[in-house]
Design a protein around this ligand. Structure first.
Ligand code: GLC
Length: 565
């Protein structure tokens, strides 16, 4: 028996536009420093993005999301923001930003920017002021400063560990300690301080006034904290339930912040959108995604699943259910700037998992000896599966987030020399964790290594491997069998096919084949196994491997439709 799943109904406060653009958008994530370098200094920049506006339009995406491009010392790839209302001079100017927004808007592409509210850079004027002002000052109230323990206060206030490894407290010259849940250079802000709240509202207005359409909220679940003394030890902290009252994570009172932000978003026409990066218990995700809150939340479940029919089906069922609860649409992600690219993940033999359930970002990479050349990595199977998973994802109701370079079928770059690595997770773990640089290597636009594969005249800030040549956009442009052509075709079709948000499962007759129908007879069939699958229809619109005589090969997806598109 087939069951129709309605993801949820669009919110009702948009009388003119019953389905806001973001509900079923394809959003392309740009990591600006690694996208395209227009001024030849080895770092990607804003004019570089503008120069690729036609490429982005040709790809067929609805929006771009820019990872931070703000002034930053780059202690964490730009997620250490020194000034929230400016552009890093190495990446351009506010004028360049406005030109980019115009170029993208002219091509019907919306712009989403990243807001990093949990912490600033230690170079932020506020933190510098806090250091100079000393203990007890109002400037220190904007951050989380505490006295140390031990006889002379030389020990940190607690034994907490930062998420990037190593202690979560750092001592300053006058002896006080500050909390940093991420790198030392990323002091946590104190969200109990009204000035902090007011300043972020100002930032949201600043970018909204410049025409930005939406925001991606970094670490959205950690802003508010209850650090009343005595502070628990890390062992005690781990035992505290995450029920909204945890001292540090996913507190109920964080939603007061987002309720205030919602008023800002809704003061614009059309309302600005937001999506939460919230690593919280599933049952608690809908609150972040509610129309009174941020409006949408990332679901990282596909990104954490193996290429497996059962796992994919469960992820879809569960998340469509959560979307019904929140009234939002679901989000789907296979790759981003924090994880190993999915072409590589799927080519590794059962990568082990992190304790937090994330895919094997680090250990899996140890198996790749040379950027995908190791016998451990089945590069071709990885690519086949990646295409099949992508076409499956793009067939789902809700919005899909793509990460730059995945349209080229790019693999992770595993063999970056230690001396060239940049990610703090590599350094803070003493090199045990290879970190996230491998998915942040500048894109290959052309086949020749001369201009850093077309990235820019000034080389590349992370070394590009020789095999990038075979993945260059230029080489794929006119090749109808390329990954790039597949993405273009799929996105073009999706625009034509996407109507309602229903999904109806169809019994495929095979445990390793998933099949579902969308409104107007659009069908998505994914063969997760290796045995060919007989389709009972011949009307294939697009497929990741060739369908001959109605036979869908293993590790592939096909879209079918009864009506011509
Ligand atoms: C988010 C970002 C990640 C960053 C961290 C700290 O998880 O995605 O790249 O390192 O927040 O800001």
């Amino acid at each position: 028996m087939s069951v129709i799943e309605q993801s949820s109904s669009p919110t009702t406060n948009h009388a003119v536009d019953p389905a806001p653009w973001w509900r079923q958008a394809v959003v392309y994530q740009i990591y600006p420093r690694s996208f395209a370098d227009a001024n030849g200094d080895g770092l990607g920049d804003i004019p570089g993005i503008t120069s690729k506006a036609d490429y982005l339009q040709g790809l067929g995406i609805d929006a771009v999301w820019l990872s931070p491009f703000y002034p930053s010392e780059l202690a964490d790839g730009g997620y250490d923001v020194a000034d929230y209302r400016n552009v890093d001079p190495r990446l351009g100017t506010l004028g360049d930003f406005d030109e980019m927004v115009d170029a993208l808007h002219d091509r019907d592409i919306k712009v989403v920017v990243d807001i990093v509210p949990n912490h600033t850079s230690d170079q932020h004027a506020w933190f510098q002021e806090a250091l100079a002002a000393g203990r007890g000052s109002a400037a220190r109230q904007r951050y989380i400063f505490r006295e140390g323990t031990g006889q002379d206060g030389s020990q940190p206030p607690t034994d907490w560990e930062s998420i990037f490894g190593g202690p979560a407290w750092e001592q300053v010259a006058d002896g006080q300690w500050y909390l940093h849940n991420f790198a030392v250079e990323q002091p946590d802000l104190n969200w109990a301080c009204p000035e902090v709240r007011a300043d972020f509202v100002k930032t949201l207005h600043f970018w909204s006034d410049r025409g930005v359409d939406g925001f991606r909220i970094d670490v959205a679940h950690m802003l508010t904290k209850d650090l009343t003394e005595p502070l628990p030890s890390s062992a005690e902290l781990r035992l505290i339930p995450m029920d909204g009252q945890h001292p540090m994570v996913d507190r109920d009172d964080v939603h007061d912040v987002y309720a205030e932000w919602r008023l800002v978003f809704n003061s614009y026409d059309p309302p600005r959108t937001a999506v939460a990066e919230a690593w919280v218990d599933k049952a608690r995700v809908p609150r972040y995604a509610s129309p009174e809150g941020l409006g949408q939340a990332f679901n990282f479940d596909l990104l954490q699943a193996d290429f497996d029919a059962d796992q994919f089906e469960n992820v879809v069922r569960e998340n469509l259910q959560l979307a019904r609860v929140s009234g939002s649409s679901s989000t789907w992600v296979l790759s981003n700037h924090d994880v190993t690219r999915h072409a590589t993940r799927y080519g590794l033999p059962h990568p082990p998992r992190e304790p937090n359930g994330l895919p094997a970002i680090k250990h899996g990479l140890e198996w790749i000896l040379s950027g995908g050349e190791s016998p451990e990595l089945d590069r071709h199977s990885g690519e086949r599966r990646a295409r099949a998973a992508t076409l499956f994802m793009l067939g789902l109701p809700g919005s899909s987030y793509l990460y730059q370079g995945e349209e080229l079928g790019l693999h992770e770059v595993a063999d970056i020399p230690d001396s060239a690595r940049q990610d703090p997770t590599f350094f803070r773990s003493g090199g045990v964790d290879l970190g996230r640089d491998g998915c942040r290597v500048p894109l290959p636009w052309t086949e020749s290594p001369d201009t850093a594969f077309g990235f820019g005249e000034g080389g590349s800030h992370l070394p590009q491997p020789d095999w990038f040549s075979g993945y260059a956009a230029s080489g794929q442009d006119c090749d109808t069998g390329s990954s790039l052509s597949l993405y273009r075709r799929a996105l073009q079709l999706r625009r034509a096919l996407q109507t309602g948000e229903q999904l109806e499962w169809i019994d495929s007759g095979r445990a390793d084949v998933l099949r579902f129908r969308r409104p107007n007879g659009w069908e998505v069939v994914t063969n997760f196994g290796t045995e060919p699958y007989e389709l009972d229809r011949a009307d294939v619109l697009v497929s990741t491997r060739e369908v001959t005589d109605g036979t869908l090969p293993g590790e592939s997806t096909a879209w079918l439709a009864s009506d011509p598109v």
